[in-house]
Design a binder for this molecule. Structure first.
Ligand code: DC
Length: 236
């Protein structure tokens, strides 16, 4: 199939969307960011939104596993996603939390609040709204199966738990944080289980998604593979 993206007959633009899903530490956000830059499209990190909810809860002493307590404050959580220099910045009640939400603790909390249907509804509405009127590459857990069910391109990126834990340990080492490989790996496995077994829009590969196993691939190779798939599918 060949479709032309660019100026339509009526002078408007046609936009395309790329859905990228996969488990924690698979490298999907690193790849999506690079691909967005290279194709000059917008990268939307949906995990940051679940992390923002977890951040608010933890800051306000709310246990992220206490679903009723999280739902009770949901309307008070003001999340703003802004694009600054083409990079997504996340704000919670006016505070820029972009860097603060990257910790393992917030990641686990995000996985907890991601189980809650009310949380998902609030965030999915924001995500769908953002994807309107521009070409995007959006990453998360339920993008190809739910948020952008009609995405032009769907990709599922994964890697072995060992490899993902190794990458996470390297990241931690680079920011000078002490780490224990087995502990990091166990946390990753726990998060996979939580994300894949929840009732509401669990992480799974969309039937029409292309699976890329990055266990033995470098960043450049994955990036080139993804760009090739997008160009083929979209007809760029
Ligand atoms: O991609 P990430 O590590 O920033 O995501 C953090 C958690 O947020 C993830 O473990 C589950 C949840 N999440 C989700 O449920 N749905 C998404 N589309 C994105 C993230």
């Amino acid at each position: 199939m060949f479709r032309l993206y660019g100026l339509k007959g009526d002078g408007g633009f046609m936009f395309y969307s790329v859905a990228v899903d996969g488990p924690a530490g698979s490298g999907k956000s690193t790849i999506s960011k690079i691909v967005a830059k290279e194709l000059n499209i917008v990268y939307i990190d949906t995990g940051a939104m679940y992390r923002a909810v977890a951040f608010y809860c933890i800051k306000n002493g709310i246990d992220t596993k206490e679903q009723k307590a999280v739902i009770a404050v949901l309307d008070d959580i003001k999340i703003d996603i802004k694009l600054e220099n083409n990079t997504q910045k996340t704000y919670v009640s006016g505070e820029n939390v972009t860097d603060k939400i990257r910790s393992q603790e917030i990641g686990a909390g995000a996985s907890d609040v991601g189980v809650i249907a009310e949380v998902r509804k609030k965030l999915v509405d924001i995500q769908r709204d953002m994807a309107k009127g521009m070409s995007v590459i959006m990453d998360g857990r339920d993008i190809g199966t739910n948020v952008l069910k009609n995405a032009d391109v769907k990709i599922y990126i994964s890697a072995s738990a060992d490899e993902r834990a190794k990458r996470r340990c390297e990241e931690l080492k680079n920011i000078g944080v002490e780490h224990d490989f087995e502990l990091v790996k166990n946390k990753i496995i726990q998060r996979d289980k939580n994300d894949m077994t929840r009732e509401n829009n669990p992480l799974k590969k969309a039937e029409d998604a292309i699976y890329i196993d990055t266990t033995f691939m470098g960043i450049d190779e994955v990036k080139n593979t993804v760009i090739k798939i997008i160009k083929e599918k979209v007809g760029l």
